[in-house]
Design a protein around this ligand. Sequence first.
Ligand code: 6PG
Length: 476
Amino acid sequence: APAQIGVTGLAVMGRNLARNFARHGYTVAVHNRSFAKTESLVADHGDDGTFVASESMADFVASIEQPRKVVIMVKAGGPTDAVIDELIPLLDEGDIIIDAGNAHFPDTRRREERLRGLGLHFVGTGVSGGEEGALNGPSIMPGGSEESYVTLGPILEDISAKVDGVPCCTYVGPDGAGHFVKMVHNGIEYADMQLIAEAYDLLKQGLGATAAEIGQIFAEWNTGDLESFLIEITADLLQHVDAETGSAFVDIILDQAEQKGTGRWTVQNGLDLGVPITGIAEATFARALSGSTPQRTAARGVLRAEAGTWAVEDRDAFIEDVRLALYSSKVVAYSQGFDQIAAASEEFGWNIDRGAMARIWRGGCIIRARFLNRITEAYERDENLSLLLADPHFTESVGNGVSAWRRVVSSAALNGVPTPAFSSSLAYYDGVRAERLPAALIQAQRDFFGAHTYQRVDKPGVFHTEWSLDRTETAQ
Ligand code: 6PG
């Protein structure tokens, strides 16, 4: 029987996606550049369902029923283009190519336009959840044409994670929208991870607690509002002991965080669109700082701390303060990420439903968390919500933690503990709620040295003052 879907690129993610399709009863055509991988997939996992293995791309394509659905799971960039070039002459009008890798959304827009011109559908889709998710149910964020979703959507929804019976997959929007949303997901993932790391550091420095003790605190937190995959694995990791040395596992890892680049793309796009995604940016730069070895070497033991020795008096109160500060900072990071999605949706005409994005992030993906339900509800209350933080649920829940947040950020500063994401999120909170910002002075300075003009609070129009002459003001 012809295959209902094909997967080319059988490294771990592609392999697991193919197995997931098979386990859901689809006949899956499989292909890989080296045939050995294809053979081993069929040999090792034939029990999952029905695979049709092909050695050549032509046989692979021929084994799939029309309109064909071909999932590409290769390295983002050049390799993806190479596979697309190979596929084009083998496909027929109406066939669908699905790029399930972490492609940069401008590439997806370019590829979609090209393939549309050839009568083919190109669906750039975000897939989150790592190896485990790909196999057992990822969160899936498909873009491309709405028409392609009619036949492809049900299959993707079938293999996606489910929360309360609802699939963690929905149509995101045209061309690059799916990969864009996945990119922002990863940016939020960076922010979430950095915030958790800062919370761990605060508990370590403030309480002198061991990794295992902090792991228990995270496990406790995972039973409340903070319940999420990242908090859960953190609790587990912190309690893990290195087999070789007997030390806490986290203590034997080199403290330099790496990245494959999706966080960097998110920040670059935030700058392009002028959206203050400060939580994500600080998280990305914090990774860069950790890897700034020459600078860290030059600074260590040389830069004066002038900080106290941290001795927290009320242990339980401090733990609760850190929990509240973590929650509030996390809401800021999500609020900013959703602003970025709104801005891009506007810029590219994608019409993305932000509540639906929060819904498909409830399960399967790396940032899956209980509180995403609250985000979906917020956008259900008001689909045009200008600021997630200003939704009544969040004004209340973040508002309850503001003084804790201030105590945590100020004690961290007094004691020389860096909390870039905690502090910048609080600064964003205070900035966005400010009655008046010092931006007025910046406008004045710009007009002073560059005649860049300004607007006034008391009347409409654009003005300039002749600073070097008689300081008269003229309407422009
Ligand atoms: C996911 C993850 C996945 C990957 C990140 C890691 O959603 O399943 O985000 O895409 O693990 O790309 O990113 P860094 O290597 O940049 O930390």
